[in-house]
Design a protein around this ligand. Structure first.
Ligand SMILES: Cc1cc2nc3c(=O)[nH]c(=O)nc-3n(C[C@H](O)[C@H](O)[C@H](O)COP(=O)(O)OP(=O)(O)OC[C@H]3O[C@@H](n4cnc5c(N)ncnc54)[C@H](O)[C@@H]3O)c2cc1C
Length: 440
C-alpha cells in the first residue's frame, strides 16, 4: 500500500485545516503544508495581560451541517456565546438596538421606509439572473431606505466592503436564492423556515474558549504528523497523473488543494491559473482592541454595533468582545474591538497605530455615548485584506472552474472564493473532500 497522501493541502489557515480534517473524517489521508510555525493563518489570537483579542474570525454559528461534524470529529472545543442576540446599529448619531422590545418601536427606519418594506412580497423579479450589486438588489427589493441601510450593514459586517461594488449573488447567495426560488425574500424566508424538519435546532453564536488559534491548534493536532509547519510551498506542478508540491522538500499526490488567498495562491500555481487569480480584489482592514477597567470602559450587553450609511464615523463595526465572549478580558475589565478600513475607506490604514487607537477610542465613545479610557490597546493590520466578491466574481469563478479540466485534481479553497465565514469554509471543505476522494 502506498504511503502517499490522497491530497496535499497547501496552507494551514482555517480554510486548509477544515478541508484536511474533512478528508480525514471521510476516511482519506490528507497532508497539510503550512509556511508558518503555527496553524490558523489570519485567525492568530493574541493573548496579552489577560486580554484575548481575535484579529479575524471570533465567532461562528453552530450547529451547522458541515462545520459541526468536522469540529466534533477533531474534538475541537466550542462554547455558546452570551447575549449575542443583542445587536445594535449606529446611524444618524444614535445607537439603535435591533433585538427585544426596543426593536419593534425602532426609529432606525422611518414610517415611509417601513411601509415600503411591507411591499417586498409584491415586487416583481426581473427576468434572467444578471449580476447585480448588493446595494441595487436590496434597494430594488426592500426600497431605497431599508435597502441602503441593509446593504451597508451587510457589506460592513462581513466584507468590510462597498455595497455598490459587492455582487449580491456572490456575496450573499442565500438572499438571492430566496428571490430566485420564491420571487420574494420574505416569502422565500417563510417557506424555508416551514420546510425545516421539526426539531431542527436553531443555530446560535459560538466561540472558541481557547481562542481561534487554539481551535486551529486542535484541528492541526487531529491531523497528527500530517500537519507540517514551517513548510513554505514554492510551486505546485502538474506532473503526469499527479501533482508535485515543491518547497521545504517535495511531496506528491493525485490531488492538491491550494487553500491560500488568491494573491498568495497566484505565486505557487501554474501561470495560466495565476493570471486569473491575480485579478482578485481585496480590501485592507485594521482591527483595534481597546481594553480597560469596567469603570473606564463600560461595554453594553450584546454582540456589537455596525455603522449605517448616515454617519461620518470611520469605524465599520464595534464588537463587545468581553460581553458576548467571557474570558476575553481579565476580571472586572472589558474589551472592545473596532474594525476600520475596508473597500470604502482604505486610506485610514495610513494612520499610525497611535492615531488609530485615538480614532477608535473617540469613535467608540461616540457610539456608546460615554467617554472611554482604555488602558490596554492593540492594533492588527490585515494589509493583504479581506477578499471582496465584487461584480463579476461569479464569472471569475467560472473562468477558474473552466481551467479545472486542464488541471485535473487541483482545487482552490479558503475565503477568496465561495464564502468568507468559517461555516462557508466548512461547506466548501465538504464539496472539495468529496471531489478529492472520488479521484483516489
Ligand atoms: C477582521 C476580520 C473579522 C472576521 N470575523 C469573522 C467571524 O467573526 N466569523 C467568521 O466565520 N469569519 C470571520 N472572518 C473570516 C475568517 O477569519 C477567514 O475566513 C479565515 O480565517 C480565512 O482562512 P483561510 O485559511 O482561507 O486563509 P488564511 O487565514 O490567510 O490562511 C492561509 C494560510 O496559508 C499559509 N501560507 C501562505 N502562503 C503559503 C505557502 N506558500 N505555503 C504554505 N502555506 C502558506 C499562511 O501562513 C496561512 O496560515 C473575519 C476576518 C477578518 C479579517
Amino acid at each position: 500500500m502506498s504511503d502517499r497522501p490522497d491530497v496535499i493541502v497547501v496552507g494551514g489557515g482555517l480554510g486548509g485545516l477544515l478541508v484536511a480534517c474533512e478528508v480525514l473524517r471521510r476516511g482519506g489521508r490528507p497532508l497539510l503544508l503550512e509556511a508558518g510555525p503555527n496553524p490558523g493563518g489570519v485567525a492568530a489570537t493574541i493573548h496579552d495581560q489577560g486580554y484575548v483579542l481575535e484579529p479575524a474570525a471570533g465567532s461562528f454559528l453552530l450547529p451547522h451541517s458541515h462545520l459541526t461534524p468536522i469540529l466534533e470529529s477533531a474534538r475541537a472545543t466550542t462554547v455558546p456565546a452570551a447575549a449575542a442576540h443583542r445587536r445594535y446599529v449606529y446611524n444618524r448619531d444614535t445607537l439603535f438596538e435591533l433585538a427585544g422590545p426596543a426593536a419593534a418601536a425602532t426609529r432606525l427606519v422611518t414610517t415611509r421606509g417601513k411601509l415600503r418594506l411591507l411591499r417586498e412580497p409584491w415586487v416583481s423579479t426581473p427576468p434572467g439572473s444578471a449580476d447585480e450589486s448588493l446595494l441595487a438588489f436590496l434597494e430594488r427589493r426592500l426600497g431605497p431606505e431599508v435597502g441602503r441601510l441593509g446593504a451597508t450593514l451587510m457589506a460592513h459586517g462581513v466584507f468590510a466592503g462597498d455595497p455598490a461594488q459587492l455582487s449580491a449573488r456572490a456575496a450573499y447567495p442565500r438572499f438571492v436564492a430566496l428571490e430566485d426560488g420564491s420571487g420574494s425574500m420574505v416569502r422565500g424566508g417563510i417557506e424555508r423556515r416551514r420546510s425545516r424538519p421539526e426539531g431542527t435546532p436553531r443555530a446560535t453564536v459560538h466561540v472558541a474558549p481557547n481562542g481561534m488559534a487554539g481551535l486551529a491548534a486542535e484541528l492541526a493536532a487531529h491531523l497528527g504528523d500530517d500537519f507540517r509547519a514551517d513548510w513554505p510551498v514554492e510551486s505546485v506542478q502538474h506532473d503526469g497523473d499527479e501533482w508535485a508540491v515543491v518547497g521545504a522538500g517535495e511531496e506528491r499526490a493525485a490531488s492538491v488543494v491550494v487553500a491560500l488567498a488568491p494573491a498568495q495562491a497566484a505565486r505557487v500555481v501554474p501561470a495560466r491559473l495565476a493570471a486569473i487569480l491575480d485579478e482578485a480584489h481585496a480590501a485592507p482592514v485594521a482591527v483595534v482592541g481597546l481594553g480597560g477597567h469596567a469603570a473606564d470602559l463600560p461595554v453594553p450587553s450584546g454582540f456589537g454595533a455596525l455603522t449605517g450609511p448616515d454617519t461620518d464615523l470611520h469605524i465599520l463595526g464595534l464588537l463587545f468582545e468581553s460581553s458576548y465572549a467571557p474570558g476575553r478580558s481579565p476580571a472586572r475589565h472589558r474589551l472592545l474591538k473596532g474594525i476600520f478600513g475596508g473597500a470604502a475607506d482604505p486610506s485610514v490604514l495610513g494612520l499610525s497605530d497611535d492615531d488609530l487607537v485615538e480614532l477608535a477610542t473617540e469613535e467608540a465613545g461616540r457610539m456608546l455615548d460615554v467617554p472611554l479610557l482604555p488602558s490596554w490597546t492593540r492594533v492588527v493590520r490585515h494589509e493583504a485584506g479581506i477578499p471582496q466578491y465584487h461584480l463579476g466574481h461569479g464569472a471569475w469563478l467560472e473562468r477558474l472552474d473552466g481551467l479545472g479540466a486542464e488541471l485535473p485534481g487541483l482545487h482552490l479553497a479558503g475565503w477568496g472564493y465561495r464564502g468568507i465565514g468559517v461555516s462557508s469554509l466548512a461547506e466548501d471543505a465538504a464539496l472539495i473532500a468529496q471531489r478529492v476522494l472520488t479521484r483516489r
